[in-house]
Design a protein around this ligand. Structure first.
Ligand SMILES: Nc1ncnc2c1ncn2[C@@H]1O[C@H](COP(=O)(O)OP(=O)(O)O)[C@@H](O)[C@H]1O
Ligand SMILES: [Mg+2]
Length: 368
């Protein structure tokens, strides 16, 4: 037992750097997005309404991290702005979102039941107006509010707070983990939301290499990771386009090396780690699919090499949805890298594209 626990052989200088919720000190290749966010929030420093913004991009492109970095800065510089990040995957109702805001302002959460939304909202707005504070709410993974049909319900009171409670100033940073399909808001919400769109494109291989190399330098002891191994990790990460995969790979490959008492990480450590790390992306993406998208994915799982025409027939039979929706969803599943759908034909082959699942059917089924 004593031997098993002697960690003097560890390769990790600071294992915290390989945790997915770690907010990195060095946030590379996102200056334009950070500047755009700051531009939107800047009016709040003078006590005015911030501009609303919409951060949009695929999973693992740094959206959440960018907002955390900006909010950290704001909190350091002024007590006049109160930034709140609400994780909408966990807080997917109007009441839950406003409870989080209330908690940040007042220091404790309102009771989970027995208090009306109106009361909680009223307290929040009153607090802001009386203390002359500007609230900036980031709705992280706001997709979940759309699935629960709560997006309009949450945005409307936030955006109209200054009308119902004069002096209350609120800005919204909406964070959407998405690619193709637009989310539609009520016109009355849309007309007051008017966000500045901030795009988070996928990182290039070079950028991924840079970011992972920096992480490894800080997290591992010197000479643990050589360039050829970093290169392999970069390739695996680029293939899925999700930086989470790369960070998880660094961690698991390091642990694999330690397990065999190695002093450096070798390619085999990476390959065996990849079996698990690639599922990080799968789980993350699948959690955020809508019911209809899951249904379509289920059909693809049942026949992993199908033709898009046949697939549409089955899909239409089950959902009564038309070809346009089907086509949008197919594109979405392709852009989050769950399937390959031979997108090169640009419609020339029309309905006869071959749709291939990029994971083992069992791996996907287990998450449906
Ligand atoms: N530009 C970057 N520099 C350093 N680390 C990054 C960068 N972008 C993303 N990361 C890391 O990648 C992971 C995923 O980033 P995250 O901000 O959660 O992505 P998203 O919210 O777009 O899905 C996090 O662990 C984060 O620390
Ligand atoms: Mg995120």
């Amino acid at each position: 037992m004593k031997d098993l626990l002697s960690w003097d052989q560890t390769l990790f200088k600071d294992s915290e750097l390989f945790e997915l919720d770690h907010v990195p000190e060095h946030f590379l290749h996102r200056d334009a997005q950070l500047q755009a966010l700051m531009y939107c929030i800047r009016p709040a420093f003078g006590g005015s309404h911030p501009l609303n913004s919409l951060c949009i991009g695929a999973p693992g492109t740094g959206k959440t991290t960018a907002v955390f970095k900006i909010f950290e800065e704001i909190e350091k510089h002024t007590p006049k702005i109160v930034p709140v990040v609400v994780n909408c995957q966990v807080n997917s109702t109007k009441y839950a979102v406003f409870s989080q805001i209330f908690k940040k302002l007042v220091g404790f959460a309102p009771p989970a039941s027995g208090v009306s939304f109106k009361k909680v909202f009223g307290e929040v707005a009153k607090y802001l107006a009386e203390r002359e504070k500007v609230l900036v709410v980031a709705l992280d993974d706001m997709n979940y509010l759309f699935y629960e049909n709560e997006a309009n319900e949450v945005l409307y009171p936030l955006l109209r707070a200054h009308e119902t409670h004069p002096g209350a100033r609120v800005g919204v940073v909406a964070i959407l983990s998405d690619t193709g399909v637009p989310h539609i808001l009520d016109p009355k919400v849309e007309s007051v939301f008017l966000p500045e769109e901030i795009k988070f494109p996928q990182y290039s291989s070079g950028e991924i290499r840079d970011i992972l190399s920096n992480r490894a330098k800080l997290g591992f002891y010197p000479n643990v990771l050589d360039n050829s191994v970093l290169e392999r990790i970069t390739e695996h990460t680029s293939a899925l386009g999700d930086l989470r995969v790369g960070i998880d790979l660094l961690k698991r490959a390091g642990l694999n090396a330690e397990r065999r008492a190695g002093r450096t990480i070798v390619l085999e450590d990476v390959e065996s780690a990849y079996e698990k790390s690639r599922l990080v992306h799968l789980s993350y993406v699948m959690r955020a699919l809508k019911p209809d998208e899951k249904l379509l994915l289920g059909l693809i799982v049942d026949s992993p090499q199908s033709n898009s025409g046949e697939l549409y027939e089955k899909f239409h039979e089950k959902t009564a949805l038309g070809y346009t929706r089907f086509y949008e969803m197919l594109n979405k599943l392709g852009s989050v890298k769950l399937i390959d759908a031979d997108f090169t034909g640009k419609g020339a082959r029309g309905r006869s594209r071959v749709v291939t699942l990029r994971y083992q059917p069992g791996e996907v089924r287990a998450r449906l």
